[in-house]
Design a binder for this molecule. Sequence first.
Ligand code: NAP
Length: 297
Amino acid sequence: MAETATTSYTLIDGRKVSKDIKAEISQRVLERKAQGKKVPHLAFILVGDDGASQTYVDNKVKACKDVGFHYTMMRFADTISEEKLAKHIAHVNDDDDVDGFIVQLPLPPHISVEKINEQIRPDKDVDGFTNRNFGSIISKQPLLMPATPFGVIELLRRYQIETEGKECVVVGASRIAGAPLSMMLIEQGHATVTVCHKYTKDLGAHTRKADILLVAVGKPGLITGDMVKPGAVVIDIGTTKVDDPSKPNGFSIKGDVDFATVAPHCSFITPVPGGVGPMTIASLLLNTLRATELRLP
Ligand code: NAP
């Protein structure tokens, strides 16, 4: 008999979880202050004047204000050379007052993201982008976890979604999302993990085996209802801006999962927006607090 869709699903509310995490961090900041300890300080390096990057950084600055962190904005013209930017990074690495910092991407094409990332001191790398922190996922002493996968793992944990022994299928294998997520699911989640990418043949044959399906590709509607096992947990990391004349700003944000056809098959599913997105900033704050507490307990 053909398997049928389940009738009800739980919507995973990333906004609420992120709000809870922020409240916990604010409390911790108050406790640190009361004990005369250092307040976490997060710095932002922004190169050029890309509007989207500015919005991302504004949101992160607002999050710092919300939880009581100190913050510093550093802006540079998009004509800055790679060497000069590296010098500024060295300066922030040595600044004892800064606990963590991020270099907002994208960078201008003449600057190598990989080279710049590797200039960041791993114990201040609160985005978790450096090779040291990537490798740290499979070490016995993880340092700072890559922010987006960390947010996904935290969402699963807070919704008490068991990963141990489960079939997890990760679609997308990027350095920022899919690859570190798959390693975290093995190391921390004790899951059996399949990673799919653009060369994967018959994607649906893999996704249909998933107890937990996690998608980070950037192709709206890639995953449809017929590709999901009944009762699966579906985590949609994709965020793509698509034209939408019905919205006041003319666009909307779409995930990789075709929510209308997939949700009826799920036990749990994240919406886009409002699922994984808000968790990335929460992870950044958690990493900054951790960076501070590792250095100055
Ligand atoms: P990316 O670097 O472009 O990587 C996309 C991955 O998807 C690659 O591994 C690629 O395979 C794979 N892929 C491409 N087409 C595919 C297909 N048809 N079937 C299966 N896999 C396919 O993108 P990214 O930085 O990981 O971002 C992915 C999405 O997540 C984007 O929408 C991005 O905006 C979103 N995102 C959201 C957050 C958040 O905070 N919510 C954070 C990060 C990313 P190859 O490796 O073979 O090229």
